[in-house]
Design a protein around this ligand. Structure first.
Ligand code: ZN
Length: 160
């Protein structure tokens, strides 16, 4: 298990556009493994390569069903709307209200660079949108309605 350092908001790498993956290499396979380890360690449901400082169009997601790797993802279709709290491993301890599509159809490549199509609803649709945004240098804060809040606010209140 190898953990990578998660880049935190303010790091310019998070604002850059990532480059497509053209060839799978052992280095990129290791990166994907490390991204899963880093995501699970951070209790996240998704992580994009720029969040660990690599400007490649690679995303890992696990909303509790199965681990998903999306390489060079392209959102083909969206439908509906969901509004809820969203957080990001690059903004630890924070969350904000974001409206996203409730359904997303995405085309991507797997670790063999074979193309596939994935459909997701609810949390998976939200995660796909959030992670694909990272590949274009966009953080969820640019979609937030109102203010960000602390995710451990209630716990702190109880201790008082
Ligand atoms: Zn994020």
């Amino acid at each position: 298990m190898a953990l990578r350092t998660i880049r935190i908001q303010g790091d310019r790498v998070l604002e850059k556009v990532s480059r497509p993956v053209e060839k799978m290499t052992p280095k990129l396979e290791q990166l994907i493994d490390d991204m899963f380890d880093t995501m699970y360690e951070g209790m996240g449901v998704g992580l994009a390569a720029p969040q660990v400082g690599i400007l490649k169009r690679i995303v890992v997601i696990d909303v509790g069903e199965e681990p998903i790797v999306l390489i060079n993802p392209k959102i083909l279709e969206t439908d509906g709307e969901q509004t809820g709290d969203e957080g990001c491993l690059s903004l630890p301890g924070k969350a904000g209200t974001v409206t996203r599509p409730n359904y997303v159809k995405v085309e991507a490549q797997d670790e063999n660079l074979d193309t596939f199509v994935l459909e997701g609803t609810e949390l998976l649709a939200r995660a796909i949108c959030h992670e694909c945004d990272h590949l274009d240098g966009i953080l969820y804060t640019s979609h937030v309605q109102g203010e960000l809040h602390d995710t451990n606010y209630e716990e702190e209140e109880e201790e008082e």
